[in-house]
Design a protein around this ligand. Structure first.
Ligand code: C2E
Ligand code: MG
Ligand code: MG
Ligand code: MG
Length: 279
């Protein structure tokens, strides 16, 4: 037991803590079962050009739990990332995305779409990740240029050289890379010059600042990100675009590709396909 600093009260056990530990354990067990029970699914959210052409979709995982209902990845991915569970989930996501690309190859209107997949740092550094990737590409006959791996800045927290080396091995397979949520982490702008990213995603936090299309102080950060991406020849995508005013402001600042509720929410594949064909 612990004696609380500064107080006379002795705490033996906090029932709140027990609940938390049990809940956590229960959740971990449920994640393992979910893969077997096929409870995960991918939703797709489009990325559009200035002219409204859909060039890519981001795959976003959803968990349909039979009792708890739909569970957000913001809730279970961070927990899965604490163990090797994320490697199994991440592999399932990649396999699903490759299968989807293979299916769309048979449909002329959808055949050129790219899919972006979120990759956890732990998954990226798993020893056989490059081999797993090349196996999936071969098995599903996917054009690697149509698959983009989204990584976050936390990638460089361990070892920059290691990150560069691994990215180069995967780029040699023909895969693309996007820097996700850029500007929200701890890394500096200068890392971007050392890492072979093809695309930078402007985080929705920055986009949301300017709901009414007015430039806030933080907009200077968006303009700096756009400038850096242009200098390094990287494509740009703005995330979380919800209003036409935001789209206009981004256009005026030099960002011509958008993802957000203004166009479509993430949807199950059938819903995405009917949204797409009605355009
Ligand atoms: P992210 O990769 O930055 O994905 C963008 C998030 O913003 C998604 O949340 C998407 O639904 C949401 N979003 C898109 N447009 C708008 C908008 O206009 N307004 C608002 N308010 N939100 C918008 P979601 O699907 O809940 O995913 C949350 C995070 O979970 C993702 O952030 C990503 O970091 C992680 N995640 C999702 N799927 C996977 C996966 O398959 N693997 C891994 N490792 N992480 C994943
Ligand atoms: Mg993402
Ligand atoms: Mg993001
Ligand atoms: Mg995010």
């Amino acid at each position: 037991y612990a004696k609380q600093a500064g107080g006379s009260e002795v705490r033996f056990f906090d029932p709140q803590m027990l609940a938390e530990v049990e809940q956590r354990f229960e959740l971990e067990q449920a994640i393992s079962r979910a893969l077997v029970a096929d409870e995960f699914m991918l939703f797709y959210q489009p990325q559009l050009t200035e002219a409204g052409q859909v060039i890519a979709v981001e795959a976003l995982i959803r968990w349909r739990h039979p009792q708890w209902g739909m569970i957000s990845p913001a809730y279970f991915i961070p927990l899965a990332e604490e163990s090797s569970q994320i490697e199994a989930i991440g592999h399932w996501v990649l396999q699903q995305a490759c299968l989807q690309l293979q299916r769309w190859q048979q449909q002329p209107r959808l055949a050129d779409l790219c899919i972006s997949v979120n990759i956890s740092v732990r998954q990226f550094y798993q020893p056989d990740f490059v081999r797993l990737m090349s196996d999936l590409l071969a098995r599903y006959q996917v054009d690697p240029a149509q698959l983009t791996l989204e990584l976050t800045e936390s990638l460089v927290l361990t070892d920059l050289d290691d990150a560069v080396h691994r990215m180069q091995q995967l780029k040699a397979l023909g895969l693309r890379f996007a820097m996700d949520d850029f500007g929200t982490g701890y890394s500096s702008l200068s890392y971007l010059s050392r890492l072979p990213f093809d695309e930078v995603k402007i985080d929705q936090h920055f986009v949301r600042q300017s709901e009414d299309g007015e430039k806030t102080r933080d907009w200077a950060i968006v303009e700096a990100i756009i400038g850096i991406a242009n200098t390094f020849g990287m494509a740009l995508v703005a995330e979380g675009v919800e209003t036409e005013a935001q789209r206009q402001l981004l256009l005026a600042s030099g960002c011509y590709c958008f993802q957000g509720y203004l166009f479509a929410k993430p949807q199950a594949v059938a819903d995405f396909e009917s949204w797409f064909s009605q355009r």
